[in-house]
Design a protein around this ligand. Structure first.
Ligand SMILES: Cc1ncc(COP(=O)(O)O)c(C=O)c1O
Length: 404
């Protein structure tokens, strides 16, 4: 067995299952889950139709092996989207690669770029720098590539910005890969240009690669849409996107988490090596999914509509919760990241027991690093259900907090 498997931690939902194992939720209430961050708005008909048409296509459909680089029509569709959304002109053959959702791609990318055997003078392992709290795939990707994760805390006093300045130079010197998550899960924070500049300077100095996870980029609450790492690079004159790959997904943008479709784009040298890795790994996207993805990337009307649904839902739910918890409207994403009194696991367990509402304890989404778990005393609420259900959940949480 691969010994690095021992380093993998239980997924937050498994830990939640254990936390709730001995609890019987109050049967007076119907269950409401704000736990899992799975989009639940309707999948657009135009995507389903394109999928059905493709599956019935006698020339293609399921009867052909897809190419790992995808059909040129998909890469062009993604290229047009990057142009519309960020004003960027990418080489669709050299700088864009379709992936089967960003999760597998973020994981696989670490296996491509990290040299787990590289050790510094002090025989210390390579590092993969991750935000904290974070999407757990980063940690598993680091361990299985033979590296160690190094966690950088988010700072609640600065809109949950990562405290990059706290990272010692000696850590950056051992860093081979940095994961950035903007908009962040669970904080919803969007990273500004000044922080991108800082990270690009560090990457230039130390030679590490940046993987920018941007899967929440289309769900935002401010006037200005979230900045992409690619856009930040271009604005800073880095038009070759040196050492940068951005990961974008249709799952949240187009409500198709079951389709498994996204793309990565950026530095042509990284795309080339990643394509090589993926050819062996066997991660080509079905041509049926490619056809449905083209329909999704080419349409913005459903994306605007989806965003409006989240905006009106957050506008109703956030003020209710802000009356009893330390919580505010995030920049983007579909989570509320709230501070609670006392232990986050007690809060989640008691809320479930008394009001049948599931929230995720923040400490499950973060790691204790240098004596501090930045998720402790926080909960994550995914506002993915219909508005009425989310409002009902918020009202129950208000009652719960007032009765504690
Ligand atoms: C921060 C973050 N990145 C990536 C993903 C993976 O999304 P997908 O594989 O559906 O593109 C998720 C899913 O919840 C996420 O929260």
């Amino acid at each position: 067995m691969n010994p690095n498997l021992h380093s993998l931690q239980a997924y937050p939902f498994e830990r939640l299952r254990q936390l709730f194992a001995t609890v019987t939720p109050n049967p007076a209430y119907t269950p409401i889950s704000l736990g899992i961050g799975e989009p639940r708005h309707a999948t657009p008909d135009l995507v389903k139709q394109a999928y059905c048409n493709a599956i019935m296509d006698p020339q293609g459909g399921l009867s052909v092996y897809p190419a790992t680089s995808g059909v040129v029509g998909l890469r062009q569709s993604i290229g047009r989207w990057l142009q519309r959304r960020y004003g960027l002109e990418l080489d669709v053959d050299k700088q864009i690669l379709p992936v089967n959702g960003s999760r597998e791609a973020l994981f696989a990318f670490a296996q491509t770029v990290v040299n787990g055997e590289a050790k510094g003078a002090g025989e210390e392992p390579a590092l993969v720098v991750c935000p904290n709290p974070f999407y757990q795939i980063y940690e598993g990707a680091a361990y299985l590539s033979g590296a160690q994760p190094y966690f950088v805390p988010s700072d609640p006093a600065r809109n949950f910005a990562q405290d990059w300045d706290s990272v010692p130079e000696a850590v950056w010197a051992r860093t081979q890969l940095l994961f950035v998550c903007s908009p962040g899960n669970p904080t919803g924070a969007v990273m500004p240009l000044s922080e991108w500049k800082k990270l690009f300077d560090l990457s230039d100095r130390h030679g590490f690669v940046i993987a920018s996870d941007e899967c929440y980029s289309e769900i935002y609450f401010r006037d200005e849409p979230p900045l992409s790492g690619l856009e930040a690079a271009a604005r800073l004159g880095r038009t070759d996107f040196k050492n940068l790959l951005a990961f974008t997904s249709l799952s949240k943008r187009s409500n198709v988490p079951g389709m498994r479709s996204g793309f990565c784009a950026g530095d042509a040298a990284l795309v080339k090596q990643f394509l090589l890795y993926r050819t062996y790994h066997g991660s080509a996207m079905s041509t049926v999914v490619q056809a449905a993805s083209i329909a999704a990337w080419d349409d913005e009307a459903h994306v605007r509509d989806n965003r409006e649904q989240y905006r009106s839902k957050f506008a109703k739910v956030t003020p209710l919760l802000a009356g009893v918890l330390d919580v505010a409207l995030p920049d983007a994403g579909f989570y509320l990241w709230a501070k609670v009194q006392g232990s986050d696991t007690d809060f989640a367990r008691d809320l479930y027991a008394l009001y049948n509402v599931t929230v995720l304890p923040g400490s499950f989404l973060a790691r204790e690093a240098r004596g501090h778990n930045p998720g402790a005393n926080r909960i994550r609420m995914a506002l993915v259900a219909e508005t009425a259900e989310c409002v009902e959940a918020a009202q129950r949480i208000v009652q719960f907090v007032k009765s504690r």
